[in-house]
Design a protein around this ligand. Structure first.
Ligand SMILES: [Zn+2]
Length: 102
């Protein structure tokens, strides 16, 4: 997740603090419900995305398509299992979560 922020030059102190808050909230949640562990990474990514949207704008942007600026989103919506970034325009899988820089 941090790797994805870094890959898109978005690992600002503000973004990292959103990430840390999201991780601690979701880990607390997974402690209450261990089966939820597979969803944690994807949910954290969605939390960071939402947090950044209010302050810094769209993240992560799709770099694959041409045309108007648009973002990627986490699929499956529930956050897991096996979360991937999907382009909101084309619906194509762009990278696994954590793999935007690869
Ligand atoms: Zn796209």
């Amino acid at each position: 997740m941090l790797a994805d922020l870094q890959a898109r030059n978005h690992a600002t102190p503000h973004a990292v603090s959103i990430l840390e808050d999201a991780v601690s909230a979701r880990e607390w949640w997974a402690d209450q419900w261990p089966e939820g562990q597979v969803y944690v990474a994807g949910l954290v990514a969605q939390d960071v995305q939402d947090g950044l949207f209010d302050t810094a704008g769209r993240w992560p942007l799709c770099l694959t398509c041409s045309g108007p600026e648009h973002s990627l989103y986490i699929q499956p919506d529930l956050g897991g299992p096996d979360p991937v970034w999907v382009c909101e325009e084309s619906g194509d899988v762009v990278a696994p979560l954590g793999g935007l820089g690869d």
